[in-house]
Structure formats: structure tokens, C-alpha cells
Ligand binder design. Structure first.
Ligand SMILES: *Cc1c(COP(=O)(O)O)cnc(C)c1O
Length: 385
């Protein structure tokens, strides 16, 4: 085939999963008579929760987003001013925002530059008597050593929350990520492996938190109990917000849950091809999956030599129609945190990934020719630099 034609093909960074069955289900609920519920906690919402419970063997509540599941977590552990929450700086803003909103002090810690995940050493350095919780982010669908983290949290009587937004289906030593902490959170944002557009879920491992979680999700009312026939009217009993996913979104999501393994495997296969096909030379490297993890193929990222090389890479790829974004602008150096504390911590590995990491296109519907194109162009770039 003519190389010029191959390279003319557009390769977006992401395309949300679309299954034609989703549209059928949505049509069914919007065309049916008025008995059918399109608000939250409806027919498809319940089905999604039942499927997710089968996978996780845990209580699960669908939410409007992972951000909101994290907000629920922050409320559920009674986060208050004076509490400190240990969080990686290298993450999406929601991880910190949920706890910041409740007045806690966020202690940002550094990551391992090979995996992008926090480590026990960094946690130990940050723990003190005010530490209320550790929020571990399963970056790229991988994790730190969860058995050690669980032991530490037990010993210190600290809550453990897993931001598993990127980790649906990922495992640590054979056990699903999101099931180790008191609470775990999932995201079904359109950039995640399976999606409802916007959406998420709260995994409840600490059963004592379930009753209150249902109230917080339902605007601080005991409406869930009312619907179950446990109380004869419902009233305002606690704080909370509107955290229930609309049934339209749940209907979009539902068919994807049944094939999440197929979706993850497709992504893993693309990553395998990238890693085998793309030749990188030190100090440039791929983000790694530790041996103890079974990854869900959430992302494939290259860490460039420096920011200049990353910018050159992104431009080069763009010129060849391939979109390769970077993330995260680290939270410890965000305008909000700098304004608040007027100083910046030193987190060298976080800074490194913030400045040098770039992501390759990765989605369920990515075609083989597009994978080949990304590999070819990436190799061309790194050969010449
Ligand atoms: C995507 C993501 C979130 C936010 O998820 P939403 O569902 O968009 O709120 C939070 N944390 C991490 C690590 C994420 O990747």
C-alpha cells in the first residue's frame, strides 16, 4: 500500500464505546408509556448495578460520575477541617477536589516514575496523627502493592479509598482493584474503557457505610428505604446531593458491562502491539504494568526525554493526523494550590511525568491500520531524535 495514503488517515485519541444495542434500549425507554422511568435508580440502573455486583461481589451504587462517587466517599468518612488526606499529585483534579470541598488538607505525594502510582515510602513520609484517609489512584489501571497498603491503613486506623476510575476489571494478585479499600470509585466517562457519557459508581466494601451511602446519593433523604417499603414516607435525614445516574445513561452503559472483558482485551492487544512495535531508547520509556497487576489496558503512555521532545512529538504526530495528548498538569503546582499555600512542594517524579508523558491513541474501535500508522510514525519520530 502507498505510505502516503496510510499516513493520511485520521487517528483520534479516543472514541467512546458505542454498541448498537445501547440505542435499542434507549429507544425502548423513551418510546414506552409513562410508567417507564427515565430518572435515576430505574430499570437499567438496577440492571447495571446487578451486573457490576456480580463482577465485584460487592455493594455498588451507580453515580452521576466518579467525581461524585469520590464526593460521596469524602462525606461517608466524615471528612472535616483539620483532617489530612494523602493523595497523589499526579491525578485528575476530582481525586483531590472531593476532599478539598469538605475542608480537609490535601497532602500531595510523589509517584513511582515507572508506573505513575504512589508508593509506600511516600505515604509513610506523609502520614501523621491528622491523616484521615489515603486515596490511591490506580493510574493506567495499575496499582501499588495493595496488601501492604491495606495493612498500613489497618494498623494506623486510616480509611483507604481507591480511585479506580481507570481500573475497571484490573486486578492486584488476582483480586479486583476497587475491592481493597473501604470504598472504591469507578468512572464511566467517555474517555474510560466502558462509558455512559458521564457516569460512575461507588464500590462499598465497608458494609457499615452502605445505608448512609444510599441516603447521601438521594439528596440526603431516605427515599431508597421508602422505595424498598421500609419506611412509609421519606424525609430529609442527612447531607447529600443528587448523585444518581439517569436511566438514559444507564441504558447506554448496560450492554457494555456484559462485554467489558472483550473491550479490555482489545485495548490490551493494542498496547501489546505498541510496546512490541515501537522502539524506544533510554531515557525514553513506556509506563509499566507491575508483575502483580493484571491490567485492563486503560492507557498506553510514553515518557519522553524532556518537555521539548514531548512537544516535538505531539507536533510531529499531529502533522501525520495522529492525536497524542498529555496529562496531568500536576495538582501540587496548580493555580488553586499555589494561591492557597503560596509555596510548592517538591515532587520530582510527578514533575517529570507532568512534563514528559504523552499518550497514544487507544479505544475499542481503533482499526489495525490505525495501530500500524501510530507505530510507524512514532518510530519515525524517535529514530530522528
Ligand atoms: C476520569 C477520572 C476521574 C473523574 O471521573 P468522572 O467520571 O469524569 O468524574 C477521577 N479520577 C481519575 C483518576 C480519573 O481518571
Amino acid at each position: 500500500m502507498n505510505a502516503a495514503i496510510i499516513w493520511a488517515m485520521k487517528v483520534p485519541f479516543n472514541k467512546p464505546v458505542y454498541l448498537s444495542r445501547s440505542l435499542k434500549l434507549i429507544k425502548k425507554i423513551v418510546q414506552a408509556d409513562k410508567q417507564i422511568n427515565i430518572a435515576g435508580d430505574g430499570y437499567y440502573g438496577k440492571l447495571c448495578e446487578a451486573e457490576l455486583k456480580k463482577i465485584y461481589k460487592r455493594e455498588i451504587l451507580l453515580t452521576t460520575s466518579c467525581t461524585h462517587a469520590l464526593e460521596m466517599a469524602a462525606i461517608l468518612i466524615n471528612t472535616q477541617p483539620g483532617d489530612e488526606i494523602i493523595i497523589p499529585s499526579y491525578t485528575f483534579v476530582s481525586t483531590a477536589l472531593a476532599f478539598e470541598d469538605r475542608g480537609a488538607k490535601i497532602r500531595f505525594i510523589d509517584i513511582d516514575s515507572g508506573t505513575g502510582n504512589i508508593t509506600l515510602d511516600y505515604i509513610n513520609n506523609a502520614i501523621n496523627k491528622n491523616t484521615k484517609a489515603i486515596v490511591t489512584v490506580h493510574y493506567a489501571g495499575n496499582s501499588m502493592e495493595m496488601d501492604k497498603l491495606v495493612r498500613l491503613c489497618d494498623k494506623k486506623k486510616i480509611f483507604l479509598i481507591e480511585d479506580a476510575a481507570q481500573a475497571l476489571g484490573s486486578k492486584y494478585n488476582g483480586k479486583l482493584l476497587g475491592t481493597f479499600g473501604d470504598l472504591g470509585t469507578l468512572s464511566f466517562h467517555e474517555t474510560k474503557n466502558i462509558t455512559s457519557g458521564e457516569g460512575g459508581a461507588l464500590i462499598i466494601n465497608n458494609k457499615k457505610l452502605l445505608h448512609r451511602a444510599k441516603i447521601i446519593r438521594e439528596k440526603g433523604t431516605n427515599r431508597a428505604q421508602f422505595k424498598e417499603g421500609l419506611v412509609d414516607k421519606y424525609s430529609w435525614v442527612d447531607i447529600g446531593s443528587s448523585y444518581i445516574l439517569s436511566d438514559l445513561n444507564a441504558a447506554y452503559l448496560y450492554p457494555q458491562i456484559a462485554i467489558y472483558k472483550k473491550i479490555n482485551n482489545k485495548r490490551l492487544n493494542i498496547i501489546k502491539q505498541y510496546k512490541e512495535g515501537i522502539k524506544l531508547k533510554e531515557p525514553v520509556y513506556f509506563i509499566q504494568t507491575p508483575k502483580y497487576n493484571k491490567s485492563n489496558g486503560h492507557l498506553c503512555a510514553i515518557v519522553c526525554k524532556d518537555n521539548k521532545q514531548r512537544q516535538a512529538f505531539i507536533s510531529f504526530m499531529k502533522k501525520h493526523n495522529v492525536t497524542t495528548p498529555f496529562h496531568y498538569v500536576s495538582l501540587h503546582s496548580s493555580p488553586y494550590i499555589i494561591n492557597k499555600y503560596h509555596r510548592q512542594e517538591k515532587l520530582p517524579n510527578t514533575d517529570r511525568l507532568s512534563n514528559c508523558l504523552v499518550r497514544l491513541p487507544l479505544y475499542y474501535d481503533l482499526k489495525q491500520e490505525q495501530v500500524n500508522q501510530v507505530i510507524n510514525i512514532t518510530n519515525r519520530f524517535f529514530k530522528q531524535t
